[in-house]
Design a protein. Structure first.
Length: 303
């Protein structure tokens, strides 16, 4: 049966949207790629030309996607036989939500065999400060309160690998210098975001030039509950423990972004979404996927 498919996972194509159709996220004045499987003779077109355009990629020299196809171990025999076809979807203007589609159809009789929903979004830039924490010991010496040896740049890169292809959200690095936090000592079990004295010290150490300040701590607590990360979206800061996973920062950023309105101001707390282990915003945040239907919760630049 003809169907649109992702080239690689977590690159802005969702094969299982809530409506049953496949969805693709395309950056404004940019493009994304998708596979059409089992449709060698179907005619593929956009329903909202010229705002959204679709072009078949047949020459390996014309697009870097071919290296990704090789990495995905797709059969070139299938490509040559058109059992698998690759298309570039480009966007020249915003079209709203649930408006634009790419369809693969028979001409005679005229019948749509596969539908790809297209969401066009502006790039959203978020300035983020990633600061390791320090505390004072008994003699008032300053010592570190995190054992993390990861660079701020590597942590930023991990976030952008999740957010940029799936939601066209790009994080830019602001301050990365250590932050000296009151109310903690080298013997403290961790930093509790619900402790008012600690929270006040973290707030006072926020980077005023950043949208979100992330503090790297030995262990993060949400009240009595130990967590790998926790965010106060209204205050604009997050605590990330040394026990974080590769997607903990991206997950906590989702709590922050989802809490903002269209003007970038705090609107309401944004909780966990779904239970599938593949989801970025599930409880625990071990996954990487941002579903097509949730992209506009985080990037509201689609109108």
């Amino acid at each position: 049966m003809p169907a649109f498919r992702q080239v690689l996972a977590y690159c802005g194509v969702d094969e299982h949207t809530a409506t049953g159709n496949v969805g693709i996220v395309v950056p404004l004045r940019g493009s994304n790629v998708v596979i059409l499987a089992d449709g060698p003779t179907l005619h593929v077109e956009s329903t909202v030309r010229p705002a959204v355009q679709v072009e078949e990629i047949t020459d390996p020299r014309t697009h870097p996607i071919w290296s990704k196809l090789i990495a995905a171990a797709l059969s070139f025999e299938n490509l040559k036989a058109r059992a698998i076809r690759v298309f570039k979807v480009s966007a020249n203007s915003l079209v709203g939500i649930d408006v634009a589609k790419v369809v693969a159809k028979n001409d005679r009789p005229s019948r749509v065999e596969a539908t790809l929903k297209v969401l066009v979004v502006k790039q959203k830039l978020i300035k983020i400060s990633i600061r390791p924490t320090q505390v004072r010991d008994g003699p008032r010496n300053i010592v570190g309160f995190t054992n993390s040896n990861a660079s701020a740049q590597s942590l930023l890169d991990q976030m952008n690998l999740v957010w940029e292809p799936q939601a066209n959200i790009v994080f830019q690095l602001a301050r990365t210098d250590p932050a000296l936090i009151d109310g903690l000592s080298p013997t403290s079990a961790g930093a509790d975001i619900q402790n008012s004295a600690m929270a006040a010290s973290f707030k006072s150490n926020k980077d005023p030039a950043a949208d979100l300040t992330v503090f790297l701590v030995r262990r993060a607590f949400d009240g009595a509950i130990p967590v790998s990360g926790v965010t106060d979206a209204k205050a604009g800061f997050a605590l990330i423990g040394d026990n974080r996973s590769e997607t903990t920062l991206a997950h906590e950023a989702g709590h922050f972004l989802g809490a903002l309105n269209e003007h970038g101001k705090f609107s309401q707390r944004y909780g966990h979404q779904g239970t599938d282990p593949d989801l970025l915003m599930r409880d625990g945040g071990a996954g990487r996927k941002i579903p097509y239907g949730l992209v506009t919760d985080f990037n509201k630049g689609y109108r």
